[in-house]
Every structure is written in structure tokens, then in C-alpha cells.
Design a binder for this molecule. Structure first.
Ligand code: O2Y
Ligand code: MN
Length: 600
């Protein structure tokens, strides 16, 4: 079937296990994409949109029971439970394989089994890696066409003995003879998204949606790749990558990790409000970084498309995303307009008078439920983004000058804080959190930690992952990026956001850019380097002195109150926590205590 014997053996093994009616080796061609969309249209799950409004685009409605990644059914199957760590669901690899082998037996009867060779990253890049997904879903094939590089070039790169990550997927709903089955087949009662980091394999059963089924994304590019990166000395991160250019045409590349719902895609496509500055997009979700010969970390976006959340995306929040969506898109679980286009909450200020909602029911602005599912998605090629950087597919990657970590913190955490060392930056990454509940004045709301925004995506013990970050910092001759802890979500005592966010975030990026160039001032504080009042560009912003003070305040008592919370958070990882992080915590505590005494 292919020149690669191990791949051929695997295809044969899975064919005899899953018993499909037919096997199709995918070539990644436009004809193949149209074949998939025609088949989805024929079964009624996809609907072509009005070509005058949205050319070559489709609306897909999933089963209402299959609408999101399911963390509770996501497993890390390492030999020892401790290697998965306390924040992952662990399963014994042999038991999981036995269970899944039973479920996969005959699961593709009546269906075609697609073999999808794909590259995560531009084909031939030394930072890229190859996977092969076997799936019985044409929706997966079409989506993989957009989200990855699929086809012949990948098989050529693989040669006769290249390495690949086997990614096995089934919707888990075989067809009886003569049966056409459900429009969106799935098997939510038998859902498993299983990762085997030691053998670098993924087995996913029962869902056709997003991160559960497009196995190149979260499963490979983060969970399996994070384990590969640990073993091979590189970084696989849940980060956007942007290119920032100043009015003189100097540019730098910045990577940033933010938990879901913190505006990562918006930041990756930001339109700066400050004159002369521009942001271009390299990636909006995942970043792989390897050291170059010059000791710098070079990054690629391993994906080829965006699988973005539609609700909340509009011309006011993300005009670049909206223009990216002009055509050649798959929209999943959005609402349909009467003229054959799509709509979602946040697309326009006023909702159309009538829609068909994501479940296929009539909808009006008086309806009690949202028209689009809150996790409705667009799938679109990154090449269509008007802000895409010319070098986004450079084989050697782009050199990263700065890494941002951020969460949603109403209190305590200032607008921006520069780590004084890689170790302190790793410490910042490890404590990133969002406030689940509103903070009462002077108190901290209940925190949900999401270290490095990797909580659902780390393929091994989170504390070992922190150690890997510390180790990266000790790489000989490394010229490491500076690390920043940013927080766009600070609130005042009335519960109002203090910082305007969106395009104004460019002001923070400007300070970071100038710090990297050695030109901007900072003040040394117990928590790190903060901008001096003059160093951050507030020109033309309608912010009171109080607001600016809130944004840049070192909240000594607030941070002191966090110390025991961080300590008990670390404790759940036992002895795996790197001593360097406890050391950072201890030193932070001492500096805060000293500052508290001085203030008193
Ligand atoms: O619900 C899903 O399957 C998608 S989750 C997702 C999709 C794109 C980018 N990021 C995420 C995420 O959860 O971080
Ligand atoms: Mn993500």
C-alpha cells in the first residue's frame, strides 16, 4: 500500500481488527476534500452554505451528545500511575489496550477506513513530526486536510522507515447491512481518548468531535509531543506565536500560553491601537520549540489551520478572524441564517430575527437557549488569515524572544511582570491560575490552576514537566527567551475590568519588545521586574491614576496570602516538584516578608 513496511503492517492489523468495508489511503487533494464533503452532505450532516455569502463552506451539526473535548474520558496510559501524575486520568496501558481492542473489533463494519498521513509542521522542517491517523469519519478527513498537511508529500518524507505516531480513531458506530446510520455517528457511552506516551500511540473511540477526533491537535501535538519533547530536549506547548513589528520595521517573535477562554486567538491576530506597530500571526494554539545551532529557541506552529471558537468572534473583537472566514470553511454547531449563511452570538450586535439553531430548531431572539452552541467551531486554513506572517511556514521556525504566561486574575496579579530568570519564569508558569469566583475586596477568589495552560494537555506528570522546563533552562549555550506573567483581567473594587484589553494589549507587547531590545525601564520588585510608570505607553488611554496604580501595584499582602496556596498546590505532586520551584517559592516569600516589614 505504501513504501513503508511498518505503516503497511499497522494498516493491515487495524483493517483486520476494525473490519471496514473499504480502505482509502488519503492523498490530501482538493478532490478528496470535496469527496468527503459530498459524502457528509449526502448523509445530511453537512449542508453547503450559500456560495454567494460563504463560498465553498459547510455547516455541520453534530450529535448534541458530542460537542466538546471530554477531559473525564481522556487517559494517559503510562506504565506507572505516578508518571501520569495527579492531574491526569491514568489507566494501565495493557488493560486499556485490551478494553479498546474489544471496542475496536468490527467497529468499522459498513464504513470506509481512511488512512490519513499527516505532518504536524511544514513537511521537511526539522521541528516537524509525522503522524498517521486511521479514522472512519469523513468529517475527520476533511478537517485534517485543513488543520494539518495531509498526503503524498508526507508519505515521501516518511520514506521506507521514517518515524510516525499511529493515531487510531473510530466514531464507534458500525453499520448493519442496508443501514445508513446516524447522520453524526458517535458512541458517547463508550468514550475513550487514550494516550500511550511510551509507545507514542493514540487510540480514540466514540467521538467524532474536535480534540477527541482530530488526533493531530491536542492528542499528538500536545499530549504525546510533550512526552517526546521531554525525552528529546525540546518544548511542545499550548501557546500562540505572534510576530510583533515596531514603527522602525524591527520585529520579534513572542509565544504565549493562556488557558481556554482567555482570548488566545484574539491575541494571536491582534490589531494594535498604537500607531506604527503591527502584529502578524504565526500560530493561535500550539507551539513546538527546538534549539537552533545558535542556542536560540526556534518555534513552528505545527498546525495548518484554526479550529476556533465561533461565539464571541466578531468584527469588533477579532476582525482578522472574521476575514479569514470569508470562504472555504467548515462551521460546526453554529446557527444558520434564512439566506443560507452562518451566525453565532457575538458575530453582530443584533441577532437576526430568525435562525435555525445549532440543533436544527427554529430560533428567534426571544428563545431561551443560544442559537450557536457555546463551543461551536470554525475550521479554516491559516493561510487565509489576512494577518498571517509570511514566514509562518519557514522550515527552520522563528526565533522566540519572549514567552508570556497569563490567566484570568481579578486580583493580586499585575498587568505585566517580567521574570528575573528562566527559573522564576518557570515558577510563574507553574502557578498560573484563573479565579473561578469573584474576589471579595482584599481577598482571592477561588483559584483554578492551569500551569502553563497545559493542565488538560500534558502527557505526563505535570511536576516532571516543570522539571523539564528547568532542565531546558540549563541547556549549554542556550540564549533563552525572557518570560512574562501577564494579566489582562484585573478588576477594580466595583468588579469592573481595569484594563481595556484587545488591541490595547499591544501596549504591553511594546514594553516587552523594548525590554528584549534592552531599551525599556523596569523597577525591581519582590515579585519580578515591573514597568516604571513612564515605560508603559498609556498615551491616549482613558485610565485614571488609580486604575494605573491598580494595574502596576505589587500587592504584597495579596501575594503573601498566595504563598500557602501555592505550597499546598505543589504538595499534591509530592517529591516530583522540582526543588528549584520550592526554592523560588521560598525566596518569593522572603522578599515579600521583607517588603511587608518595610511598608509597616
Ligand atoms: O472542544 C474541542 O474539541 C476543542 S478544544 C480547543 C480547540 C482549539 C483550540 N484550543 C482548544 C482548547 O481547549 O484549548
Ligand atoms: Mn487550545
Amino acid at each position: 500500500m505504501t513504501p513503508h513496511q511498518r505503516l503497511n503492517r499497522w494498516i493491515e492489523e487495524i483493517t483486520s481488527l476494525c473490519e471496514p468495508d473499504a480502505v482509502q489511503l488519503c492523498d490530501g487533494s482538493p478532490e478528496e476534500y470535496q469527496q468527503m464533503m459530498a459524502s457528509l452532505t449526502a448523509t445530511g450532516v453537512a449542508k453547503p452554505l450559500n456560495p454567494e455569502k460563504r463560498p465553498n463552506s459547510f455547516l455541520v451539526r453534530s450529535d448534541p451528545a458530542d460537542v466538546a473535548r471530554v477531559e473525564s474520558r481522556t487517559f494517559i496510559c503510562s506504565d506507572n500511575e505516578q508518571d501520569a501524575g495527579p492531574t491526569n486520568h491514568w489507566a494501565d496501558p495493557n488493560e486499556m489496550k485490551a478494553k479498546l481492542t474489544g471496542l475496536f473489533k468490527g467497529c468499522m463494519r459498513g464504513r470506509t477506513m481512511y488512512v490519513i498521513p499527516f505532518s504536524m509542521g511544514p513537511v521537511g522542517s526539522p521541528i516537524a513530526h509525522i503522524g498517521v491517523e486511521i479514522s472512519d469519519s469523513p468529517y475527520v478527513v476533511a478537517s485534517m486536510h485543513i488543520m494539518t498537511r495531509v498526503g503524498r508529500a508526507v508519505l515521501e518524507e516518511l520514506g521506507t522507515d521514517g518515524d510516525f505516531v499511529p493515531c487510531l480513531h473510530s466514531v464507534g458506530q458500525p453499520l448493519q447491512s442496508g443501514d445508513t446510520g446516524a447522520a453524526w455517528p458517535c458512541n458517547p457511552d463508550n468514550l475513550y481518548i487514550a494516550h500511550f506516551p511510551a509507545s507514542r500511540e493514540i487510540w480514540s473511540f466514540g467521538s467524532g468531535y474536535g480534540g477527541n477526533a482530530l488526533l493531530g491537535k491536542k492528542c499528538f501535538a500536545l499530549r504525546i509531543a510533550s512526552a517526546m519533547a521531554r525525552d528529546e530536549g525540546w518544548l511542545a506547548e499550548h501557546m500562540l506565536i505572534l510576530k510583533l513589528t515596531n514603527p522602525d520595521g524591527e520585529y520579534r517573535y513572542i509565544a504565549g500560553a493562556f488557558p481556554s477562554a482567555c482570548g488566545k486567538t484574539n491575541l494571536a491576530m491582534l490589531v494594535p491601537t498604537i500607531p506604527g506597530w503591527s502584529v502578524e500571526t504565526v500560530g493561535d494554539d500550539i507551539c513546538w520549540m527546538k534549539f537552533g545551532d545558535d542556542g536560540q529557541l526556534y518555534a513552528i506552529n505545527p498546525e495548518a489551520g484554526f479550529f476556533g471558537v465561533a461565539p464571541g468572534t466578531g468584527m469588533d473583537t477579532n476582525p482578522n478572524a472574521m476575514q479569514t472566514l470569508d470562504g472555504n470553511c467548515i462551521f460546526t454547531n453554529v446557527a444558520e441564517t434564512d439566506d443560507g449563511d452562518v451566525w453565532w452570538e457575538g458575530m453582530t450586535d443584533t441577532a437576526p430575527a430568525h435562525l435555525i439553531d445549532w440543533r436544527g430548531n427554529d430560533w428567534t431572539p426571544d428563545s431561551d437557549t443560544p442559537a450557536a452552541h457555546p463551543n461551536a467551531r470554525f475550521t479554516v486554513s491559516a493561510a487565509q488569515c489576512p494577518a498571517i506572517a509570511d514566514e509562518w511556514e519557514d522550515l527552520k521556525g522563528v526565533p522566540i524572544s519572549a514567552i508570556l504566561f497569563g490567566g484570568r486574575r481579578a486580583s493580586v496579579v499585575p498587568l505585566v511582570n517580567e521574570a528575573t530568570s528562566w527559573e522564576q519564569g518557570t515558577f510563574f508558569g507553574s502557578i498560573v491560575a484563573s479565579e473561578k469566583t469573584a474576589a471579595a475586596a482584599g481577598a482571592i477568589g477561588e483559584l483554578r490552576r492551569d500551569p502553563m495552560a497545559m493542565l488538560p494537555f500534558c502527557g505526563y506528570n505535570m511536576a516532571d514537566y516543570w522539571q523539564h522546563w528547568i532542565n531546558i533552562g540549563q541547556t549549554a549555550n542556550a540564549k533563552l527567551p525572557k518570560i512574562y506573567y501577564v494579566n489582562w483581567f484585573r478588576k477594580d473594587l466595583e468588579g469592573q475590568f481595569v484594563w481595556p484589553g484587545f488591541g490595547e494589549n499591544a501596549r504591553v507587547l511594546e514594553w516587552i519588545f523594548e525590554r528584549c531590545a534592552g531599551r525599556a525601564d523596569a523597577v525591581e520588585t519582590p515579585i519580578g521586574h515591573l514597568p516604571t510608570l513612564d515605560a508603559l505607553n498609556f498615551d491616549g488611554l482613558d485610565l485614571t491614576e488609580d486604575a494605573i496604580a491598580t494595574l502596576l501595584r505589587v500587592d504584597i499582602q495579596g501575594w503573601l496570602a498566595e504563598i500557602p496556596l501555592i505550597e499546598s498546590y505543589y504538595q499534591q505532586f509530592g517529591t516530583n516538584v522540582p526543588p528549584a520551584l520550592f526554592d523560588q517559592l521560598q525566596r518569593l516569600s522572603e522578599r515579600l516578608e521583607a517588603a511587608a516589614v518595610n511598608v509597616a
